[in-house]
Ligand binder design. Structure first.
Ligand code: GN1
Ligand code: MG
Length: 370
């Protein structure tokens, strides 16, 4: 039992609900997720030293039971596959930890929805990519993840977050918020308004391609940002991809775009120094090289044709989502200060601008790597 930690008492009693060996020795906040609340629970057991405890944000994930059902099907599928097929290098997938009574979640009297997931022992994650070889590992991890889920029939998973990554729907929400709210003007807000207006027509690009059957629907991760890739602390190699709440049918382009927008921004998405944001071409080369090492076998010609748009679009889309949330009064993403979502939006818009400026180099890079 943890001593002297009154503040953690409620967390301890929640963590105690989940099946584990040994005593709980510590509970710490983990990572900097924008939606769920995440904690790392330490145990004095030699085999399982830690597990992850999460409160699902049910304002965002309205049907948490669907999230858990998906996660169970997905992790069991991948786990079996990893066990039954020889792997060229170590790979793991987090597992759902059930409660002592066999449930996949625990509801508190306040109505909070908690779940527990295994922690990949001996691993760590990073908010920023350190160098090109790190970038290659991140790309490899995404390719590996896509490969591992590629034979899971998509109808087995339910949609956990309707409209997720459908850019035109985010644009619709944005326009609705603009029509409802009086916007407090500032040079930054004006920049954002103009930025979105100038790209409003183009932002249908992936959804149009999907509807015209130019791009195949595939299972995707939904949120493969850099810090969702776990690295083996000893070997420095990628070993897992975590945060599996948004795995569902979609386009691998959303994932590639998301991985690149988070990985090729050396200043990180949380900086307030948005004027100096840039998209790093060498890190982009690293990620795509690592990704294509695995994904070349399943990508079709059209997939390559839309890669540049994907990179540009997902940066723009995240900027639009942050900007809309700022205008709406911060109802979706957790914030640490009032203009936090505005600062985040500006970072993504500047990143989009840098991607646009390097369009010919990025397109050339994609051609060279095919
Ligand atoms: C949210 O909560 P977190 O940090 O894992 C968001 C992603 C964004 C990301 C930006 C369900 O993910 O789409 O890319 O913030 N997740 C959801 O950091 O909206
Ligand atoms: Mg996430």
């Amino acid at each position: 039992m943890i001593k002297n930690s009154k503040a953690f008492d409620p967390l301890i009693s929640i963590a105690e609900q989940f099946s584990h060996q040994g005593n709980i020795t510590d509970i710490q906040a983990l990572g900097n997720g924008n939606i769920n609340d995440t904690f790392l629970v330490s145990l004095d057991d030699l085999e399982q030293t830690r597990f992850v405890l999460q409160r699902i944000n049910t304002n965002v994930f309205r049907h948490p039971q669907r999230v858990m059902k998906n996660m169970y099907i997905l992790t069991e599928h991948v786990h079996k596959k990893l066990q039954n097929t020889p792997q060229t290098r170590p790979w793991e997938i987090p597992r759902v930890i059930l409660t002592k009574t066999g449930q996949d979640h625990w509801n508190t009297v306040e109505g909070d929805y908690w779940r527990a997931i295994s922690f990949i022992e001996g691993s760590e994650s990073f908010d920023l990519i350190a160098d090109v070889s790190h970038a290659q590992e991140v790309g490899y991890a995404l390719g590996m993840f896509h490969n591992l889920i590629s034979d899971l029939p998509s109808e087995r998973l339910t949609d956990t977050l309707e409209g997720f990554h459908i850019t035109p729907l985010y644009l619709e929400q944005y326009e609705k918020i603009l029509a409802q709210n009086t916007v407090k003007s500032s040079p930054e807000v004006e920049y954002g308004l103009n930025f979105v207006r100038d790209r409003a027509e183009w932002c249908f690009v992936l959804e149009n391609a999907k509807q015209e059957n130019k791009l195949p629907l595939r299972l995707m991760h939904g949120d493969p940002k850099v810090n969702n890739v776990m690295f083996d602390s000893k070997t420095g190699k990628a070993i897992s991809v975590i945060d599996l709440d948004t795995v569902k049918p979609g386009l691998v382009h959303y994932d590639i775009g998301d991985c690149l927008r988070s990985g090729c921004n050396p200043m990180g998405e949380e900086t307030q120094d948005w004027q100096n944001i840039y998209f790093d071409l060498e890190l982009c080369r690293g990620i795509l090289t690592g990704y294509l090492e695995v994904a070349r076998t399943f990508l079709i010609d059209n997939d390559y044709a839309f890669l540049f748009d994907a990179i540009r679009l997902i940066s723009f889309e995240l900027g639009l989502r942050f900007f809309t949330d700022h205008l709406a009064g911060n109802i979706y993403f957790k914030v640490k200060y009032p203009d936090h979502n505005l600062a985040r939006a500006l970072v993504q818009f500047k990143l989009t601008e840098s991607i646009e400026k390097q369009e010919s180099q990025i397109r050339q890079l994609i051609t060279d790597l095919r």
